[in-house]
Design a protein. Structure first.
Length: 409
């Protein structure tokens, strides 16, 4: 189970870096805090003898009491980067002082052999051949840990929730919900660690059953997967996932086998790959003829792929991809630099009006409504009054018109 938890933690780290790093480099603080929390839970859960078969991991176990001092400062720094959009240590640097202090305190420890380190860690009364600390011993460090870390953990969570309550109206819905999910993850893992330590206290250090140990070992990474909106940063489905989703719509009991020939599925795969990699839909003049000429597939076959395999007509698919691209641009705050009209143009629309119609059809919201609900930089207006745009949409749009814009054919 330990190996499973390490693999899951590694997967969480990769997902966080992939979905957060470009927009908020402060996610690196979470990337370092996650292994520290996992190490804390694993060390408290497993008997020390269990780590004999994990020679690399045991090196971190031996200094885990020092690493524990990093968790709260890293979490606070991440919260700060979410709020300020900047990667800075600022006033929270002082919270790293305990970690640096005890790191210096145990400098002599690092020169000892691994056998002596294990004896010092596991036996409180062991006397090494030479001093291994400058001011505080390991038993004293554990005593400080048991007081300082719970206290700073409670303060961190209290600060986060107080900040959320105080700034609820100022924060965008996305930022508010993301920080709320981070708070829930913190509470769950804090309770888990305290429960393990309380169990050891009331049972006088009795080992936990292997079944429970296995659950506890994977609890930290699992707590992240239980909050996918934050973990994936509300990532829009990739075109490849879209393809698999669309392919699943093929009727399993379709009587007309000709429409489901391998050739058509192969052509559909080529079309989706072309749309995914080349993004030709960003050109305002993009049409089904571009697919025909680029992939050298007869137009009849291309039309059949959209209608019978992908199950979405070409015009709707094109607008769907353009809107998803514009949503990614909004999430990257492109509307602040280039206006909503500029985003519409960059997404392949000829004008603002058709973009609004398509956006409303796909999301059931106007672009401004979507930005204010999902982005960190809300807007009030975009040079043209939104109410007039809504009136225009009501006059021009219908569920059928979205497939047949004159300038989108």
């Amino acid at each position: 189970m330990l190996n499973t938890s390490l693999v899951l933690a590694g997967l969480v780290i990769l997902i966080l870096l992939k979905n957060h790093f470009i927009k908020n480099k402060g996610i690196i603080y979470v990337v370092f805090a996650l292994p520290a929390v996992l190490l804390k839970i694993v060390v408290e859960s497993f008997p020390f003898s269990y780590f004999d078969q994990h020679s690399l991991f045991i090196q971190f176990v031996l200094i885990s009491p020092i690493i524990n001092f990093l968790i709260a400062p890293l979490v606070l720094l991440y919260i700060e980067t979410v709020l300020t959009k900047s990667l800075t240590l600022n006033r929270y640097f002082l919270l790293f002082v305990p970690f640096l202090f005890f790191l210096i305190n145990f400098i002599p420890l690092f020169s000892l052999s691994i056998e002596e380190k294990i004896q010092i860690y596991s036996q409180a009364n062991y006397v090494p051949t030479q001093p291994y600390f400058i001011w505080f011993s390991f038993p004293e460090l554990r005593a400080i840990n048991n007081i300082y870390n719970p206290l700073i953990g409670i303060i961190t969570m209290a600060y986060l929730f107080q900040m959320l309550i105080r700034n609820k109206q100022k924060l965008s819905k996305k930022t508010y919900l993301n920080l709320l999910q981070v708070g829930i993850i913190l509470i769950v893992n804090f309770i888990t660690i305290r429960s393990i330590m309380f169990y050891h206290y009331i049972t006088n250090g009795q080992n936990i059953s292997p079944e429970i140990l296995g659950i506890l070992a994977i609890f930290v990474p699992l707590s992240f997967f239980l909050h996918p909106n934050w973990l994936y940063d509300n990532a829009i489905e990739s075109d490849l996932n879209l393809y698999f989703r669309l392919m699943n719509r093929i009727k399993k009991n379709e009587k007309n086998n000709d429409s489901l020939k391998i050739e058509r599925i192969t052509d559909s795969t080529r079309i989706i790959t072309y749309l995914n990699e080349e993004k030709p839909y960003l050109s305002p003049g993009f049409s089904i003829h571009d697919i025909v000429s680029h992939l050298n597939i007869p137009q009849k076959n291309v039309t059949e792929c959209f209608n019978k395999v992908i199950k979405i007509p070409f015009p709707r698919m094109r607008n769907q991809l353009r809107i998803e691209y514009s949503m990614e641009m909004f999430k990257n705050n492109a509307h602040l630099k280039n206006s909503i009209s500029g985003v519409a143009t960059d997404s392949g629309f000829n004008n603002r009006a058709t973009f609004y119609i398509a956006f409303r059809e796909v999301t059931q919201m106007t672009p401004i409504e979507w930005i204010n609900e999902n982005c960190d930089a809300p807007v009030q207006e975009d040079f043209v009054d939104e109410s007039s745009e809504n009136d225009l949409i009501k006059v021009k749009a219908s569920s059928k018109q979205i497939l047949n814009f004159k300038d989108e054919r």
